[in-house]
Ligand binder design. Structure first.
Ligand code: SDX
Length: 439
């Protein structure tokens, strides 16, 4: 394993040669504590007059981070060094939130204090409840939470100094605490049912499920099996290095923007079907396939370049192996359905058959397309009674801590500067204006 040098470099470098002038440029490298080293190109434009070109950032490290490590080839995911499988099995979501925010697992006192802080920030300013009434009842809940989370910046802005670590942590607690309340209220509003307020004696996930499914006219009994299953889903979705929505939050935050507005931007980015929207798309795809005998037809379509259809929940920019989160969710799906006494869930049977056929197909094997986190999560969420339209909202609830942990890391970085990529310009060169009568 490479040891990160304390100096800016690693003692190694790459030489870039301009083949027209034979001029050489030394590009130093930096080693991390794990994973690929980086070639430091920060001076390349000043020295060569050229930009580097990497649409989609497939080969670009945008920052130096200590939060999450992924090895796509080996299918490894660790939060602050702890393997995701261990955290999913032995930890709980709020403990993982503390770990992502602070870098260490909390001791008992630290954990109790953190849980207390989150619990006592779960209520919304009563004026926010009026926001929901402005949305159509059938509005997609991602639109509702994107707008409502952004609106929180109207309530926590004037006295928010993002360069004060204590104020950053309060904003972080507020976001982790209030997202479930906002999400549940969005759902209740879509049903025309009254909002259910959080209860301080309940755990994070039991509180959310009660806000989602309780009604004022009868007592609601929490199901610990469902709460534990949801807690595990949130752990698995908590952070994932510099994915599209996290990069969105970092770029928005690099301007010094309000963190509530930055997380709203992250929610918008996550909504896309190529990203967090895939879990909803997987369920819709499984319903469209309908039965095992139609799986070959859809696998064929997924391989057809002329057909825009893709196997949702398959493939990943980084994982070229089985997404470790998908493996945990696959086994968790069986456990949850068994605990709930659901026998032979047809969607799970269909998903397993789809995975079997795809993983035997040369196209998927050669392109290293494996199930990702979104492939099985929807089946568990459906078993928990979560409607399909709320699946990506669940992803956003789990990922909020990752977004805000990465935002904190960026704001606290003394080398932090506004993100401002450049471009390869291939448009019109200079030309004189043509009056309309001559066009
Ligand atoms: C998430 O970045 C993260 O970490 C994201 C995430 C997180 O936790 O934040 O892990 C969460 O977003 C998971 C991904 C969820 N999205 C989906 O399941 C949607 C379906 N998958 C894809 O659209 C695709 O695989 C991506 C977007 C996930 C990755 O796309 P890339 O890395 O840009 O790869 P690509 O589109 O260039 O595909 C490489 C090849 C292409 O074929 P060629 O042009 O090389 O011939 O594989 C093919 C693609 O056509 N391909 C697929 C496919 N995914 C890729 N073919 C069929 N079905 C698929 N699902």
């Amino acid at each position: 394993m490479n040891k990160k040098n304390t100096e800016s470099g690693s003692g190694n470098s790459y030489t870039l040669i301009d083949n027209k002038t034979n001029k050489k440029y030394e590009l130093p490298t930096q080693d991390g504590t794990d994973g690929p080293s980086v070639i430091d190109i920060r001076k390349i434009y000043a020295e060569t007059g050229c930009f580097t070109f990497d649409p989609g950032f497939t080969s670009t490290a945008s920052c130096d981070s200590k939060i999450t490590y992924i090895d796509g080839e080996a299918g490894i995911l660790r939060y602050r060094g702890y393997p995701i499988q261990e955290l999913a099995e032995k930890s709980d979501y709020l403990e993982v939130c503390y770990l992502l925010l602070h870098g260490e697992l909390p001791n008992a006192t630290e954990k109790d204090e953190f849980v207390h802080n989150i619990t006592y920030h779960t209520m919304l300013d009563e004026r926010i409840l009026f926001f929901f009434r402005g949305f159509p009842r059938a509005a997609h809940p991602m639109a509702v939470i994107c707008g409502t989370v952004g609106a929180l910046s109207a309530f926590y802005h004037d006295n928010l100094d993002i360069y004060d670590p204590r104020q950053r942590m309060i904003a972080s607690h507020r976001l982790i605490a209030k997202l479930p309340t906002i999400a549940a209220m969005a759902y209740k509003y879509s049903l025309g049912q009254p909002f259910i307020y959080p209860r301080n004696e309940l755990s994070y996930c039991a509180n959310f499920l009660r806000m989602m499914f309780a009604v004022p006219c009868e007592d609601y009994k929490s199901n610990p099996v469902l709460a534990r299953a949801l807690d595990k889903i949130f752990i698995l979705h908590a952070d994932h290095e510099q994915n599209a929505s996290t990069s969105t939050v970092r770029l928005a935050g690099s301007t010094g923007a309000n963190p509530f507005a930055c997380v709203s931007a992250g929610i918008a980015s996550l909504w896309g079907p190529a990203h967090g929207g895939a879990n909803e798309a997987v369920l819709n795809m499984l319903h469209e396939i309908g039965s095992k005998d139609r799986v070959p037809e859809f696998v064929k379509r997924a391989k057809d370049k002329n057909d825009p259809f893709r196997l949702m929940g398959f493939g990943h920019r980084v994982y070229k192996n089985y997404d470790p989160r998908a493996a945990v969710l696959r086994s968790s799906a069986h456990e949850v359905l068994e605990d709930l006494g659901v026998k032979n869930e047809p969607l799970l049977e269909l998903a397993i058959e789809l995975e079997r056929i795809a993983l035997e197909d040369d196209y998927f094997v050669e392109k290293k397309l494996f199930p990702n986190v979104d492939f099985y999560s929807g089946i568990i969420l459906k078993a928990l009674g979560i409607p399909t339209s709320m699946f990506t909202v669940m992803f956003a609830l789990g990922r909020t801590v990752g977004w805000i942990a990465q935002w904190n890391e960026m704001i606290a970085d003394p080398e932090q500067k506004i993100g401002r990529p450049r471009q390869l310009y291939s448009g019109a060169t200079e030309r004189a204006f043509v009056p309309i009568e001559k066009r």
